[in-house]
Design a protein around this ligand. Structure first.
Ligand code: GTP
Ligand code: MG
Length: 222
């Protein structure tokens, strides 16, 4: 995995020549940390104790130009075929951070909406929510927006991730309170997302890594 570029407008996005997954959510919720966790890297995406670290749409390129041989069965015969498992991971600036100017916030949210609506190679949008606190009002707004935009896009999955599970339960088993879980499920129902799996993660213990990878595989092969 390598860092490719940061973009602040539709016209500077990399060409949509492969699948892409995006990580969105409130500032400080753990988007950049999760990108590092799933890539098995410590500081690929920059993280910070203070909210407002990520300021651009940061593109990471996975398996760029690596041709992976895959075994495929043709009748009784097993052949090696090339499998282009390359895709982009996009780490977005967080919303809801007080110290960012009104203008900057509006610009990011406009760009984010435009990106959701028109990015052709988008396969998965992961919406991260802090497992200790549940949704804030901005989360509900984004959830509704995603639900409306992706309703007509069958090739995009919208997936909720509850982060920082280690802070609820030091054994690292991804415990989340019933209250938070129910409030997230209610919000999904109310905002037209429907019922679908919720992934719980910890960037500290690496809990939930496989759950995220299940969806990342949807981005393979464009
Ligand atoms: P912005 O770039 O500001 O939008 O924030 P972000 O969502 O990218 O958050 P980031 O990954 O920078 O993490 C914010 C803080 O939370 C950092 O201090 C991280 O170390 C911490 N953090 C992130 N994920 C976890 C986690 O799973 N467990 C624990 N204990 N801390 C975490
Ligand atoms: Mg970040």
């Amino acid at each position: 995995v390598t860092f490719l570029k940061g973009s602040v407008s539709m016209s500077t996005l990399p060409p949509p020549d492969r699948g892409e997954v995006a990580f969105i959510g409130r500032s400080n919720v753990g988007k950049s940390s999760l990108v590092n966790m799933i890539c098995n890297r410590k500081a690929l995406a920059y993280t910070s104790k203070r909210p407002g670290k990520t300021r651009e749409f940061n593109f990471f390129s996975v398996n760029d130009k690596v041709d992976i041989m895959k075994e495929v069965k043709y009748g009784d015969e097993v052949r090696g075929v090339k499998d282009f498992d390359c895709f982009y991971i996009v780490d977005l600036p967080g919303f809801g951070f007080a110290k960012v100017s009104r203008e900057q916030k509006d610009e990011w949210s406009k760009f984010q909406k435009e990106y959701f609506e028109s990015r052709k190679n988008l396969r998965v949008v992961f919406h991260l929510i802090d497992s200790r606190h549940g949704l804030v009002s901005e989360d509900e707004r984004i959830m509704k927006e995603c639900s409306e935009i992706f309703k007509g896009k069958k090739d995009v999955s919208y997936v909720i991730i509850l982060t920082k599970a280690d802070k609820n339960d030091s054994t690292g088993r991804g415990k989340v309170s019933k209250t938070v879980m129910e409030s997230v499920r209610n919000a999904m129902r109310e905002n037209g997302v429907g019922s679908r799996p919720i992934i719980t993660t910890s960037a500290e213990t690496k809990y939930g890594r496989d759950g995220v990878w299940t969806y990342l595989k949807e981005a393979f092969n464009g």
